[in-house]
Write a new protein. Sequence first.
Length: 319
Amino acid sequence: MHKFERISEQELYDLRMKIRKVTEEELEPLGNLMDKTNVYPPEMWEIGKRNDMFRMTMPVEYGGMGLGKEQWFPILEEIARGNNAFRMFFHIANGMGWEILYDHGPKELKDEWLPQMAKGDKFIAFALTEEGCGTGADIRSTAVKKGDKWVLNGKKTLISFTDVCDAINIVCITDDSKRKTGGAHTTFMVPVNTPGLRMENMPHMMGCRGVGHAYVYMENLEIDDKYRMGPVGEGLSVAVNSLQISRGSMAVCMLGICQRLLELCIKRANDRVTFGKPLIQRQAIQGMIADMAAEIHALRLLCRDCAQKFDRGEDIDEI
């Protein structure tokens, strides 16, 4: 676990308000275009770079701000107030996009990739899901050792960001005999220009317009051992550990959406007049809004507890 940097509460508040303004005034207007084209607009990268949105959690040694989850989550909440596709992108860019490489990759690849990721010039996607498989333990994609290289074969499905990524972390079976006992999986970071890697766009998904999804095919794909993330046989742990805190980030994203909707509800209740008075003055409406506000704040506190435990290195499985 790397060392986290902390900024003051005032600095955090100022940063949150800055990102809220960027989200609502710069990113959100791009949503209409993205709804039509179904791709991320080029302006998103420039806005992200200009406002340090690629480097907030990246360790300082690689050009990042080094924020821990406790201080990153409130910022992510602000991003999540806007278009869902943008929050999805910056959630991964500040999470498992770089974390797998940092935690499990060789120094050579870290030095090459992480500074570029902090600048927003590189992006790494993640591929675990396969058709007809469950948690990942039962995947069928394989990697076979051949000298100092690995040969990958298989098919992944519903893989996000395939149209904008520069590499994909792919989980494969390396020892089928250990499926039940553990040690069967290994994770590899595969640059998208690697021969034998092929992507095929999937039919459009409901919601999240702009986020590319694809089938990812590995067809006798050869890759150097230096691209192996973590020890042989620990690939499922690499994946699950990264997904664990990513689920916490997802909860924060839902929190941002709920908070924005609550504010819109309050505004509407103040503006809408029936039988001579605004809806906000009616006790039934007040009760519904109060319940919504209480549940949203409870989620915020739960997310904060998750972040604090993660930053301390504690297990967050049961949260």
